[in-house]
Ligand binder design. Structure first.
Ligand SMILES: CC(C)[C@H](C(=O)O)[C@@H](O)C(=O)O
Ligand code: SF4
Length: 468
């Protein structure tokens, strides 16, 4: 019997070739400034229109500075040009655009769900690997290259090979101060950064059902860091309650029909999977990465691992190189690692619930001397909501910078960057060499753990901080 993924897939098949390649109908395309200019240019050169502009949502996010002067002038010429092109292309084709002066602007993967633009059962693409985030709604959502962006713009379809199916069942409940970020980091550590290659991962089980939509997005967001292009969660009452009343969700007159449709999407009880994994939620501790791959994650009580103990020469070499880049010695306690910067943001952890948890730890505390910390809301609406709740005051009084939304220090494509050698506790999703700026060192962790690091000046177990 079909899995959730197969049900959605089957409903979108337009044509099939003998070799298994399938032409899939695409319901929604998200567009940002980095991977779309050539696609629009290609269409223009071919003299083809955008087939269904109403299915597009364009948002500048990667290159945008997070300072208020960004609507006046952007210093970097390439960024300025890409953002101007996005504006021009959206206007010319009739795509919806949330521009820099629009309160709805932010990171595309935060903005689209916030608007109710992604519904259960949809197919969604974006020229961005973290599109998997949106699988949290029970959708087939995945990142594509720029030539595929152009193909979807022109035809509303895409050729694709069906991935294999993996099910990750998370049994039991997460412990206090252990969240969705810890869950996904622990999973990636277990199966490896290539563990999900060629698969779509469906997350299920008691702990997943108990997650909010925002937490499910955090889990699905990092599915790509486990090598899988697709991550998804079956839609349920949590999903429907989240969507209800959002600007691009089905309106009152269509709501009951939409619900009836969506309720039929869950995987059948006897659905077949190519791979299955069970995780015990209660056994997961707050995580932190020590190396240069998201799979290099350990419980915060751990120590920097010793390459000498690696199972293969290749792994030993990779670990050596990672420790060298990170400036760490094998055997050091993770809680002894001093940090220079803290970044709370990115499409993994910049939604309102992330900021609420972060603020609850920051309240009444101070960022440690010598540490520069920033909070970057994922969208203008997240920012407004946080300000309504007084969270901005909590952060500012604690010594954090509070900025405008964007990808910011998640990657070094805008002015928010690490300097060479700087060490950062970051709620983002990638700790690759140079990711947050050339020579920068990244430790991935949850928002609560990031604040614990900010106020103590070193990687720190938020449970110990809160118990003290
Ligand atoms: C720039 C973009 C293509 C890239 C991605 O595909 O994910 C970026 O968002 C990232 O997180 O590395
Ligand atoms: S916040 Fe980071 S991971 Fe997300 S889209 Fe932007 S650069 Fe990519």
């Amino acid at each position: 019997m079909p899995s959730l993924f197969s049900k959605i897939w089957d409903r979108h098949v337009v044509a099939q070739k003998d070799d298994g390649a399938t032409l899939l109908y695409i319901d929604r395309q998200l567009v940002h400034e980095v991977t779309s200019p050539q696609a629009f240019e290609g269409l223009r050169e071919a003299g083809r229109p955008v087939r269904r502009p109403a299915t597009l949502l364009a948002v500048p996010d990667h290159n945008v500075p997070t300072t208020p002067d960004r609507t006046l002038r952007i210093e970097d010429a390439q960024s300025r040009e890409q953002i101007a092109l996005l504006r021009h292309n959206a206007r010319e084709t009739g795509a919806t655009l949330f521009d820099l002066d629009d309160a709805r602007q932010g990171i595309v993967h935060v903005v689209a769900p916030e608007q109710g633009f992604i519904h259960p059962g949809m197919t969604v693409v974006c020229g961005d690997s973290h599109t998997a985030t949106l699988g949290a709604f029970g959708a087939i959502a995945f990142g594509v290259g720029t030539s595929d962006v152009e193909h979807v713009l022109a035809t509303q379809t895409l050729w694709l090979a069906k991935p294999r199916q993996m099910r990750v069942r998370v049994e039991g409940r997460l412990q206090p101060w252990v969240g969705a970020k810890d869950l996904i980091l622990a999973l990636i550590a277990r199966i490896g950064a290539a563990g999900g290659t060629g698969h779509a991962i469906e997350y299920c089980g008691e702990a997943v059902r108990a997650l909010s939509m925002e937490e499910r997005m955090t889990v699905c967001n990092m599915t790509i860091e486990a090598g899988a292009r697709f991550g998804l969660v079956a839609p349920d009452d949590t999903t429907f309650a989240y969507l209800r009343g959002r600007p691009y969700a089905p309106g009152a007159e269509h709501w009951q029909a939409a619900l009836a449709e969506w309720r039929g999407l869950a995987s059948d009880a006897d659905a077949q999977y190519d791979a299955e994994l069970v995780i015990d939620a209660a056994a997961i501790a707050p995580q932190v990465t020590w190396g240069t791959s998201p799979e290099d994650s350990l419980p915060i009580e751990g120590r920097v691992p010793d390459p000498a103990a690696a199972g293969s020469p290749a792994l030993r070499e990779r670990m050596r190189r990672a420790l060298d880049y990170m400036g760490l010695a094998a055997g050091a306690a993770l809680t002894d690692i001093a940090i220079d910067r803290v970044f709370i943001g990115s499409c993994t952890n910049s939604r309102i619930e992330d900021l609420r948890v972060a603020a609850s730890v920051a309240r009444g505390r101070r960022v440690a001397p010598g540490v520069a910390a920033m909070v970057v809301p994922g969208s203008g609406l997240v920012k407004l909501q946080a300000e309504r709740e007084g969270l901005d005051r909590v952060f500012i009084e604690a010594g954090f910078a509070w900025t405008l939304p964007g990808c910011s220090m998640c990657l070094g494509m805008n002015p928010d960057r690490l300097l060479p050698g700087e060490r950062c506790a970051s709620t983002s999703n990638r700790n690759f060499e140079g990711r947050q700026g050339p020579g920068g060192r990244t430790h991935l962790l949850s928002p609560a753990m990031a604040v614990a690091a900010a106020v103590t000046g070193r990687l720190c177990d938020v449970r110990a901080l809160e118990a003290a």
